[in-house]
Write a protein that binds this ligand. Sequence first.
Ligand code: GBH
Length: 480
Amino acid sequence: ISNGLAINNKRFPSNFLFGSATSAYQVEGAWNADGKSESLWDRYIHTTPGFIEDGSTGDVACNSYYLWENDIAILKEMGANHYRFSIAWTRILPTGRNDVVNEKGITYYKNLIKALKQNNIEPMVSMFHWDTPQALEDLGGFLNDSIADWYADYARVLYENFGDDVKYWFTFNEPKTYCNGGYGYAYDPPRIASEGLLEYVCAHNLLRAHAKAYRIYDQEFRSKQNGKMSIVLDSSWFGPATNSSEDKVAAEQAFHFELGWYANPVHYGDYPEVMKTRIAARSAAEGRNQSRLPEFTEEEKEQLKDSTDFFAVNTYTGSLVSAIPEPGITDPPSRYGDMGVNSFQPDEWESTTFGWFKYAPWGMRILLNWIKSTYGDPEIVVTENGYPDYGGLNDTRRLDYHRDYLSYTRDAMDQDGVKVFAYTAWSLMDNFEWFSGYTQKFGLYAVDFDSENKTRTAKQSALYFRQVIKTKCLVDQCVE
Ligand code: GBH
């Protein structure tokens, strides 16, 4: 492999789960069918010309709302142990509130879940993958405190309808991407640029929502349904740029600001100390009488503490981090200033079709070890990991990528004792890649978007992954 290290040839444990993932807006299409209401992505994309690179939308996408049986067929063909997909809130509750439950939406996911179970594919269900009902967005979305109650009501409807068959629930997918993207850097809808301020409010309300949904499950459903629940957090790995103790502290700080921002509250009931102290100090220096980082009430802290049953992480790339002099105070504030470190990807690292993404699989071990040591050695599922390109069936670099990430995952398991129990490739098939539209592909299967059946075809990476699932082994011959 690129950096000359050997691929781990130890077989994965027989109960290790290999699967693949998608999300509702990226694959379903049928954006207004059968009583589904508009999400903020529907609204934004339909009213903002030039927002998406190729001018496309998710209106049809892979058409999985109608072609879901084809998705099951390719999952089966690969021998996937699990399928991670998301439920569109707008299909279940068109007003966003629980006043009207849309039976057709319920039926769609019931059929999907039943068919997965019949084929021995474990459903892993995300309750939210960024597609907030527009009806709630009109009321402020995640800036409105009430979102926690609206979300809790939605969660209860999901447990009532699907909870008997779903053993793995995820409250949110990548809250950091949603809150940074939507309310910080403003890449994603609703594209409110408010770094260091509203992005913290978004995160705060989202965490409150997560805690409520978790407690409802705990108190009303867990004893009957016996599922497990987590929140999917995204993180790069962060390594010190040099061996200096300053850079080591800086890398630690980056982890706390990127992953700890969400992981600390759901494990320990509050934001990381370093976030609280730095943001409070900088807020005071800006002349504010309150920290820009909101505070949880004692009751919220109680609800948040230990509100996951395992750790779920999406990861794609990594960065080196170096210490810098304290950044000056700016108006408006910036997250970079709050974080107070410099993270970067060296030029010599292999680039990909995405600017933010360099090929750096070796850091998987750093990430997994950081989670283990910071959050009490939890069981971990890798909920997303995948490689972008511009398409084609001969996707050798994607094959390498999955193999290399799996290899470092296996190293972390057997050399460091990290308890990883599942790995999920992003994505099952090429799909609507947010503001890149259909230009960037992550699929193990190619999709012919011009064909009526959106024909799915296995790429090299899918054939390799199938072999891995079958043998639980990354090379030709494994040792036990
Ligand atoms: C995941 O997000 C999503 O869950 C999934 O829907 C998506 O299709 C997949 O990855 C592939 O993109 O500040 O310029 O460095 C990954 C999202 C994208 C979040 C890059 C952080 C940083 C952009 N990550 N983003 S930048």
